[in-house]
Design a protein around this ligand. Structure first.
Ligand code: NAP
Ligand code: G4F
Length: 362
């Protein structure tokens, strides 16, 4: 049985990756931070009580801002694979807390790499690098495109990316960067663009929200479906040689197009409900991201199946059902037809139940 350690297991990607690894028979150790309220809603459905003798999911407390937990865990568990997904991952928030973002998103990676090196671990290491690192570099972007970061988050990720390569080349670690373009799902945090929009669509239909305030509608992103992206992470670590890979769909759409698509899917005229306000603009914007993932398609045999309109339908359906509104249902059918058992509908929906209630901005 392979053993994996996953940081950020309570996040969007961590939760999908946990499901994938458990389905593949792994013993799984997840790192979560201590919070005063429950922060495990995305993994509650796979949680196993510590008293279950044969359980394969184990949770440990740890914070990327410190090192006290890492060395011990890496040394004592001797994991075969480490997926480092934890980060302060919100780009706009990184302008408000740049020092913290640098510490957690940048230095956090080095803390883990050092633990691997010092413990003599043979673990394969995955670094969650980001297309945000390309910043103002012209699209399409691939593994050779130079980074031109435009946010404290992106700068921190470039540092973590570089340290991953330095530990690979300098110390022979099996350490790889997955440079992932935006990927979304019903489990996406409520303050990221796609989820903020699909959640608003559901609430407007339900009559509990009147307007949606957004920032820049002109930026373009290469948006894919998150469960397919965690499959790519796993494939990267199965290669004999550690390498870096760009993962995305190769298609780009503006924020405006996403808004239009999500609202019209629920038969709403977006122009009646959406306003752009300075509040949600960033000091600097990344205008256009488009993945050239030729390398991943060849070396990993990876290609996404869920397209842009599919993604909007899946997310709107999930947010509508989460608050008890009947959805158009196309998203459900897409998941069943394209992904089969990969992503069961009831899980997609239950994970956004809690989120449907609170307030969210950014
Ligand atoms: P996410 O939903 O924001 O999850 C982030 C995870 O990191 C959560 O489990 C969070 O814990 C944890 N975390 C944050 N600060 C921490 C700290 N100081 N110590 C320990 N854990 C901490 O992010 P995601 O969308 O799943 O993305 C996963 C990774 O991929 C991130 O590194 C992100 O930057 C990167 N990435 C994401 C995308 C994307 O489009 N989603 C694209 C490229 C790269 P809590 O649950 O307690 O908050
Ligand atoms: O959903 P977003 O906040 O994602 P962003 O900034 O592209 O970052 C995400 O993807 C990165 C990969 O490229 C990850 F590394 C990162 O961790 C994160 O997951 O914003 C998408 C676009 C931006 O251009 C933003 O300016 O939407 C625009 N936008 C317009 N109004 C908004 C809003 N974004 C948010 N979050 N909220 C708005 O009201």
């Amino acid at each position: 049985m392979k053993r994996a350690l996953v940081t950020g297991i309570t996040g969007q990607d961590g939760s999908y990756l946990a499901e994938l690894l458990l389905a593949k028979g792994y013993e799984l150790h997840g790192i979560m931070r201590r919070a005063s309220t429950f922060n495990t809603s995305r993994i509650d459905h796979i949680y196993e009580d510590p008293s279950v003798p044969e359980r394969r999911l184990h949770l440990h407390y740890g914070d990327l801002a410190s090192t006290e937990w890492i060395l011990n865990l890496v040394y004592s568990l001797a994991p075969d694979e480490i997926y480092h997904l934890a980060a302060q991952s919100h780009v706009k928030v990184s302008f408000d807390i740049p020092e913290y973002t640098g510490d957690v998103t940048g230095l956090g990676t080095v803390r883990i790499l050092e633990a691997i090196r010092r413990s003599g671990s043979r673990a394969r290491f995955y670094q969650a690098s980001s297309s945000e690192m390309y910043g103002s570099a012209p699209a399409p972007q691939n593994e050779q495109t130079p980074f031109e970061p435009r946010s404290p988050y992106a700068a921190a990720k470039v540092y973590a990316y570089s340290m991953t390569r330095i530990y690979r080349d300098g110390y022979g670690l099996h350490a790889s960067n997955g440079i992932l373009f935006n990927h979304e799902s019903p489990r996406r945090g409520e303050t990221f663009l796609t989820r903020k929009v699909t959640r608003a669509v559901a609430r407007i239909v339900a009559g509990s929200q009147d307007m949606l305030y957004l920032g820049n509608l002109e930026a373009s992103r290469d948006w894919g479906y998150a469960p397919e992206y965690v499959e790519a992470m796993w494939r990267i670590l199965q290669l004999d040689h550690a390498e870096d890979f760009v993962i995305g769909t190769g298609e780009t759409h503006s924020v405006r197009e996403f808004v239009q698509t999500a609202f019209s899917y629920a038969d709403l005229d977006w122009q009646k409900y959406v306003r752009s306000t300075d509040r949600y603009y960033r000091p600097l914007e990344v205008n256009r991201l488009v993945a050239d993932c030729t390398k991943a398609r060849a070396a990993l045999d990876w290609a996404p199946r869920v397209g842009f309109e599919d993604l909007a339908a899946i997310m709107v359906d999930a947010d509508m059902e989460a608050i008890g509104v009947k959805s158009p249902g196309k998203g459900k059918r897409i998941l069943e037809e394209k992904l089969g058992r990969w992503h069961q509908w009831h899980l997609a929906v239950t994970k956004c139940l809690q989120a449907a209630q609170g307030g969210a901005s950014e």
